[in-house]
Design a protein around this ligand. Structure first.
Ligand SMILES: [Zn+2]
Ligand SMILES: [Zn+2]
Length: 366
């Protein structure tokens, strides 16, 4: 079936809105009429070509829409259902069995560009394959083929334009604090970066009852947003950031969560930690060989933990409903930092995100 998609024909774009063909869903697949899709930093990192993306490609991994048709064996959703899309997982490996699908042994083939088992792509243009399957959806398109495991049915009155980014950025930030770092009431949290993920981490810290939340962010508008959302302190990331954190919390922070992948600041993160502190890394660095250097003696004498995080350790079928409830109760006011655009304005939306005019850009599709 024909669809309108924002196609990436070369590294870093621009994206061009073109007509493509989207295949019917096979067994276990769900074809979704996308109504809204967030732009996530990971889209832009992958779009740079640095991670080996082939072109042409359709990205997009914060889709939300209406189920258009389902493949054989799909029982949890039916045509007409409103759904959020999230990352995909196999459901059969050990991490999946332990409800840690973000660490699925097949995460890469199921979420990065890969063909189906029969060699076909879900998206073609003029009969030629288009790199797709991004996070099991490639949802910068009016039609996307997802899978039963990575769609979540939501209420008929759910506002898809508001909720689309729950499936990646919001669950990554909030889950990073609530699930991965296990935030407890009264603890100290430092969040590096105040994009949509960092602000969601801050909101996660608020939900957990953290006493002190320090947000480190170079853009002034984002620092102001962090304060509006309940950060107790903001820092601009210049100079010795660890010393600036310790000026606020002399014993160091219980938790530091990096959402930036910006190595000059990430390198200082260990020095921000209190004894038994936990450092979580979820910002995607700009290159494949970015490396964190950690002073071993300090790490072991402090009993500190350093860990990598994907998607906030989310088990989407469990965690997304929790986030929907937080949103409904006003504890996750993501609309405050979201801005909507038409799909045709995708390049403008990315430009605005770079310049701080939009923290979370969400594309709407008619
Ligand atoms: Zn798995
Ligand atoms: Zn993402």
């Amino acid at each position: 079936m024909q669809a309108t998609a924002a196609v990436l024909n070369q590294p870093n774009g621009p994206f061009t809105v073109e007509t493509v063909d989207v295949a019917a869903p096979q067994a276990g697949e769900v074809r979704v009429a996308i109504k809204a899709v967030g732009i996530c930093h990971t889209d832009l990192v992958i779009a740079s070509g640095a991670m080996g993306l082939q072109f042409p490609a359709v990205l997009g991994h914060e889709g939300a829409g209406l189920v258009e048709s389902v493949g054989e064996g799909v029982t949890s959703v039916k045509p007409g259902d409103k759904v959020l899309l999230t990352f995909n997982s196999c459901g059969g490996c050990k991490p999946c069995a332990h409800h840690e699908p973000a660490y699925c042994n097949s995460f890469v083939p199921l979420n990065m560009v890969a063909t189906r088992a029969d060699g076909s792509t879900r998206i073609t243009r003029d009969g030629q394959p288009v790199a797709d399957n991004f996070f099991g959806q490639s949802s910068f398109s009016s039609l996307a083929v997802a899978n039963e495991r990575n769609v979540l049915k939501v209420d008929d009155d759910a506002d898809l334009a508001a909720l689309a980014p729950l499936g990646c950025g919001i669950q990554t930030g909030a889950g990073g604090v609530l699930r991965s770092l296990g935030a407890r009431s009264g603890e100290t949290l430092v969040v590096l970066g105040a994009g949509a993920v960092g602000l969601s981490a801050l909101l996660g810290g608020r939900i957990a009852g953290c006493a002190t939340i320090i947000v480190v962010e170079p853009q002034e508008a984002r620092r102001a947003m962090a304060l509006e959302l309940g950060a107790t302190h903001v820092l601009d990331g210049q100079g010795d950031v660890a010393a600036a954190v310790r000026a606020i919390v002399p014993d160091g922070a219980d938790m530091v969560l990096d959402t930036s992948g910006f190595m000059p600041v990430v390198q200082q993160a260990v020095n921000m930690l209190a004894n038994r502190g936990r450092l979580g890394l979820l910002g995607v660095p700009g290159s494949l060989d970015a490396a964190l250097s950690v002073p071993m003696l300090q790490l072991l004498t402090q009993g500190a933990t350093v860990r990598g995080i994907v998607e906030g350790d989310s088990d989407p079928q469990v965690f997304l409903p929790e986030l929907l409830a937080h949103h409904k109760a006003g504890r996750l006011p993501i609309e405050k930092f979201s801005r909507t655009y038409a799909l045709s304005e995708i390049n403008q939306a990315i430009e605005d995100a770079h310049h701080g005019k939009a923290i979370k850009a969400i594309l709407l599709i008619d």
